[in-house]
Design a binder for this molecule. Structure first.
Ligand code: ZN
Length: 203
């Protein structure tokens, strides 16, 4: 079943903010991806003709398990339904020129997500690894996040109610790079979830 909404977090790892020349935000920077961008493992990521630079962003995804409205961090912890590997595919050129990120983040096939697994007791131990054609490109740990997973869920729930099935993508570590037709990109949360997708041109 598709998430009702997908809330993403920008610049939540210092090294990634830095690699794109950005400061770490004082509050979580959030944006939305449309549910229509979701694909599963094995489905192709389609590079749109409108972009010349489409990049992978491997992320730790949180599937919401209970309704969260103005939740405390403790309530947010209890509202986690699962952990899932997510690729926040981004048209980097359009992200810069558009200002609003809707198009850059919203093309069909721009949200590969795996099958969710159970959240560990200690969320800080979660790691995410991205490989392209079998070569490791990104490795991040929840312990390196600027804002923790419970802090993010609590923050978002003070803006919009999170419903069961909603997906929160918690930001990407350093190492983002462009994808080319023929690439295979894999995001793995070791022991919990993975998603692997081929890349093809629009036409
Ligand atoms: Zn992202």
């Amino acid at each position: 079943m598709l998430p009702g909404k997908i809330v993403c977090v920008g610049r939540n790892y210092r090294d990634h903010a830095k690699e794109l020349g950005n400061e770490v935000p004082k509050e979580p920077l959030i944006f939305l991806k449309p549910p229509s961008s979701v694909i599963g493992s094995g489905d192709p990521i389609v590079l749109p003709a409108a972009s010349t630079r489409v990049e992978f962003e491997g992320e730790i995804g949180v599937v919401v398990g209970a309704k969260l409205c103005r939740a405390t961090e403790a309530e947010a912890m209890r509202g986690i339904g699962g952990i899932v590997a997510v690729n926040d595919v981004t048209a980097r050129d359009l992200q810069k020129t558009d200002g609003q990120w809707t198009r850059a983040k919203g093309f069909d096939s721009f949200c590969p997500m795996g099958v969710p697994g159970d959240a560990p007791t200690d969320l800080q131990r979660l790691t995410v690894v991205t490989r392209v054609n079998g070569v490791e490109k990104q490795r991040g740990s929840a312990s390196d996040m600027v804002f923790s997973i419970p802090a993010l869920l609590s923050y978002i729930s003070h803006v919009m109610t999170l419903d069961p099935g909603d997906l929160v993508a918690t930001g990407t570590p350093a190492g983002v790079a462009p994808l080319a037709p023929g690439d295979i990109v894999e995001v793995e949360i070791p022991g919990i979830s993975r998603v692997s997708n081929g890349v093809k041109a629009d036409r």
